[in-house]
Design a protein around this ligand. Structure first.
Ligand code: TXA
Ligand code: MG
Length: 480
């Protein structure tokens, strides 16, 4: 994979220890005394794009109440528990002094973060400090970074003493959520690429009004420039900025399903660059419902162009780990919002003479659309190459590396046996593994396990099943 040069500009998160990651229970002397907050591990896992440091003042040492080895034991334990749970702490910085010592290293002095900058390529201006004491927030100010105050530990008690600007959050989970959103928005504003969660699949986003940024999406995905992108909006009211005309039916669908897994293809307004639309006069628009996506889009305040965050033609990612394994360092930031609830891409609806046409089935079903519009037969033009072309329909899309073989449900075992006798490595997908939420993860798992062939039965072609049938049929199409 092509790697970008990363020298000298890694963002870091400096984490206070007591009261921020673990319960503040006075001087801790042994591993057995450490109690992690219940959300610490899960929260820190979402900071994979950052260098993590623990910065702790242990004045008990300077006061003669705590031995340096005891503090060290506790620090080592914290690091090893995190490590065992997939969280790498780059370094623990521990100040053993009391304020009267006038040492350089006690917080809020920026001594340790400067060491991190020197030794670990950290860019302090892009970094964050999380803590439950006002001195943590002063430290953030002193390094030119951003402070995130938690109300756990002594946070509530010292809240009135805060004298540096900071974001106040209830605890480590909310702090991480805020950091992710800030980083995502700042990256978008600089013209960078951000992978972000939506309720359907992860998107690979760029500022839709910045052509250079949008072009990089095509580069990174390896996607032909004629394949248009979906513009994601934080508010349905922005529809009229991006679409030149909004048919009554489109307005009704937006009112009913936004925020949610529905994309509307409408005549583009002047605001929309043709590099987003692949040269077409229409633009695809959607307001996602994932709270992390919505909050990011609202803070960003403008449209974010995004296809799914996978390499062209491959299976869409439904977790942040999928994005990392597909795109890695080619993305500037991966905003982790957990696994996607819906699991298959949004329903796309276009309009011909103001009449709706489904261009890609999804979790908003044909039945849902008909009911909302009081119509009895909305056409599905998926796979059609007419004027309302949704590229990606003709070629194999959504394909794992393994060959996908569709068979009747009661023939799965026999087919698999036959293939195995020919020496193929075969994976059978169960009906549960083809539920929309699990479909893409199941296909990826088959690839990871080295399957040559995936044997699968189609679910009933109705409701959201239609989306699964569509994706499996495309995955089964011929591919390299
Ligand atoms: O759920 C989703 O829609 C996800 C998340 C990230 O929002 N996005 C997604 O993007 O699936 P992508 O690029 O993988 O698929 C976008 C689809 C393509 O099939 C594209 O052809 C169609 O939208 N599309 C975009 N603009 C269009 C236009 N102007 N006319 C017709 N189809 C369009
Ligand atoms: Mg603390």
């Amino acid at each position: 994979m092509e790697k970008r040069d990363k020298t000298g500009n890694r963002p870091a998160v400096f984490l206070d220890r007591d009261g921020t990651l673990i319960e503040d229970r006075g001087y801790l002397r042994a591993a057995s005394e450490v109690v992690f907050f219940s959300d610490t591990v899960a929260a820190l896992r979402r900071l994979r794009g950052f260098e993590l440091f623990v910065v702790t003042n242990q004045s008990g040492i300077g006061r003669g109440l705590l031995r340096p080895e005891e503090a060290q034991t506790v620090n080592d334990h914290v690091v090893s528990v995190l490590k065992a749970n997939g969280v790498d702490v780059c370094e623990v910085y521990c100040c053993p002094h009391v304020r009267e010592d006038q040492c350089e290293c006690i917080k809020p002095n920026p001594y340790f973060p400067r060491l991190a900058a020197r030794d670990h390529d950290v860019d302090l201006a892009q970094s964050f400090v999380v803590g439950d004491h006002p001195s943590d927030m002063e430290l953030a100010a002193n390094i030119g970074g951003q402070g995130v105050y938690v109300l756990t530990g002594h946070g509530e008690q010292h809240r009135g003493d805060l004298n540096a600007p900071c974001e106040i959050t209830t605890g480590i989970s909310q702090a991480v959520e805020w950091i992710g959103r800030r980083r995502a928005v700042q990256t978008l504003r600089r013209g960078g690429l951000v992978a972000f969660p939506t309720e359907t699949v992860y998107g690979l986003g760029a500022d839709a009004t910045c052509e250079i940024a949008v072009r990089r999406i095509f580069d990174v995905k390896g996607r032909p420039e004629t394949h248009p992108l979906i513009v994601h909006l934080g508010d349905p009211a922005m529809l009229s900025d991006w679409a030149a005309e909004v048919p009554v039916a489109a307005r009704r669908l937006a009112d009913r399903f936004w925020p949610g897994p529905l994309t509307l293809v409408l005549p583009r307004s002047k605001k929309v660059s043709t590099c987003v639309t692949g040269g077409q006069d229409t633009v695809a628009l959607r307001v996602p419902s994932h709270p992390t996506a919505l909050a990011m889009l609202r803070e960003f305040g403008d449209g974010v162009a995004a296809p799914s965050a996978n390499r062209f033609g491959r299976v869409s990612p439904t977790t942040a780990d999928h994005v990392w394994s597909d795109l890695g360092d080619d993305v500037d930031f991966v905003l982790d919002g957990g696994p996607c609830e819906v699991g298959v891409e949004s329903t796309i609806v276009g309009f011909v003479d103001d009449q709706p046409v489904i261009l890609r089935p999804g979790c908003v079903t044909r039945e849902d659309i008909e009911k909302t519009l009081g119509l009895t037969s909305v056409a599905i033009r998926n796979g059609d190459t007419g004027e309302l072309r949704a590229p990606g329909q003709c070629e194999t899309h959504y394909a794992p590396r393994a060959r996908v073989m569709i068979v009747a449900a009661d023939e799965r075992d026999a087919q698999a046996d036959a293939l195995r006798s020919e020496g193929c490595r075969v994976m059978i997908l169960s009906d549960r593994e083809t539920q929309p939420q699990d479909l893409y993860a199941s296909l990826r798992r088959a690839d990871e396990q080295g399957a040559d062939v995936i044997v699968v039965a189609l679910p009933p072609d109705e409701g959201v099943g239609a989306a699964v049938v569509d994706r499996l049929r495309k995955a089964a199409g011929p591919h390299a």
